[in-house]
Design a protein around this ligand. Structure first.
Ligand code: PLP
Length: 463
């Protein structure tokens, strides 16, 4: 399996080269040349596999430059720190199913991909006798998951930008209390989109990128999308074992990474098994406008109680656009030029095609808190605000023909203030979070200025 760029400007590369490249060298995003197709025979062979064995089967379809025993070892190590033996268990509450993705070390779904990516990087760097400086921007959860994925690893330094004052206190502590020598936390005066723009700009400086062996950990890295494909397939099998032929998923969405993994899973599995994906946004609704009207136009970012979705430019959107444009790279290039120049893309003529895969709804702040409260009162189950956004939209699009699986993307204790506001009490802190506020911490505060960030990096990179 080779990987190509959405913009068509690079020669096809292997999986390991693709994950080491991060963003493609032509500014596009990497994708497999074709999406593999799971057969009905494989469906029966896979149906009772554990999470880890299933992960190996799925990953193996997309990777041909890691031998299977090495892949098995990588998967085992990556999921050994999860607190639930099923890694991503499902629970049935009222009308819906909840897929709990928060049993990893930082209590958000991003651990599922970043534990694996950390180990993949480590293995590749050793094999190539080289090193990497990871650079990423976070709206809260990516940063801590990435840091926990690579902390203490040889051959890797990690630089994470987060918007000062716009991540929850616990999210901040989960990053800044990791004081391993290879971890550099940078708070910036600005928004998440500012951080992401700086990261993109630095990666587009090919001289800087090559000189310092920059590696990406944002959801633009293909390995992140791929790792997330696994739990869609796992959840599908769980519900098939309960007699359901097909399922819908509801996904609280920011950067379009998680839901794009759902899209790949939908194409990977036999037709119709994953019926539709509900794209749930908070009031930052660019993606909801896109799905409902073909209006992909940038608005202002507003802060909400689900900060990991406070995003107006979805970095993985270009991957979906590539399929929407029938894999026509030149059209993708023109679209991205238009979007970058005007902040606006009119895709209304493609609406029918989008509707075959997605439904969407933007969920307000009031609805989010109301959903947390109702879900707690009716089902004695506390959800975090991101999960609540997905549940609200999922309930709206649930049809009688098939189950709706809502992705629980974070543990409620990560967003205790919002939960407290909704139900009048804070969730109990799980052991991973207790005691963080007394721990040592390390972080610098810089302007949202590319040159300043670069010069800080020059002082601290591995070389
Ligand atoms: C990152 C994140 C999201 C959004 O995921 P995307 O892949 O950016 O769409 C949703 N919920 C939580 C808790 C997150 O950390």
């Amino acid at each position: 399996m080779k990987y190509i760029s959405t913009r068509g400007g690079i020669a096809p590369v292997s999986f390991c080269d693709a994950i080491m490249m991060g963003l493609a060298n032509d500014g596009g995003l990497l994708l497999p040349e074709t999406i593999p197709q799971v057969t009905m025979a494989e469906v029966s062979a896979w149906k009772n596999l554990s999470y880890q064995y299933l992960a190996v089967e799925v990953l193996d379809r997309f990777i041909d430059d890691i031998p299977r025993p090495a892949l098995e070892d990588l998967v085992d190590r990556s999921y050994s720190r999860f607190k639930h033996h099923q890694v991503t268990p499902i629970t049935h509450r009222g009308d819906i199913y909840i897929l709990e993705l928060f049993h990893g070390p930082t209590l958000a779904f991003k651990d599922i991909a970043l534990q694996l990516l950390g180990n993949l990087f480590e293995q590749e760097l050793q094999k190539r006798s080289t090193y990497m400086n990871i650079l990423g921007a976070t709206s809260g959860d990516t940063g801590s998951a990435a840091i926990h994925g690579v902390r203490g690893k040889d051959r890797i330094n990690i630089f994470i930008l987060h918007p000062d004052g716009r991540v929850s206190p616990i999210q901040k502590l989960q990053m800044t209390t990791v004081t391993d020598d290879n971890v550099f936390n940078i708070a910036i005066h600005g928004t998440f989109d500012d951080g992401q723009a700086i990261v993109k700009e630095i990666f587009n400086d090919l001289e800087f990128k090559e000189k310092h062996h920059l590696g990406a950990i944002n959801s633009i890295n293909w390995a992140r999308v791929l790792a997330q494909v696994v739990y869609y397939v796992y959840a599908l099998f769980k519900l098939r074992s309960h007699g359901f032929e097909s399922v819908d998923f509801s996904v609280p969405t920011g950067n379009f990474g998680d839901i794009f993994a759902g899209f790949i899973a939908k194409r990977l599995m036999p037709d119709g098994m994953i019926h539709r994906l509900v794209l749930a946004t908070n009031k930052n609704d660019i993606l909801a406008r896109f799905v409902n009207r073909g209006d992909y136009s940038k608005g202002e970012v507003s802060a909400t109680s689900s900060p990991s979705m406070d995003i107006q430019i979805a970095s993985n959107f270009e991957r979906y656009l590539y399929y929407l444009r029938d894999q026509n790279s030149s059209q993708v290039v023109r679209d991205m030029e238009t979007f970058n120049a005007t902040g606006n893309l009119d895709l209304s003529t493609l609406h029918e095609q989008v509707a075959a895969d997605f439904r969407s709804r933007a969920v307000s702040e009031e609805e989010t808190l109301e959903t947390i409260k109702q879900f707690y009162q009716q089902h004695d189950y506390l959800v975090d605000p991101h999960t609540a956004v997905g549940i609200r939209a999922g309930l709206e699009f649930k049809d009688a023909a098939r189950p709706m699986i809502c992705l629980a993307t974070a543990h409620p204790a990560k967003f205790g203030a919002a939960v407290q506001k909704a139900v009048g009490r804070e969730p109990e802190l799980p052991p991973a979070l207790a005691g963080l506020s007394e721990a040592d911490s390390r972080c610098v505060l810089l302007d949202a200025n590319t040159e300043q960030i670069k010069s800080y990096m020059r002082e601290h990179v591995l070389r």
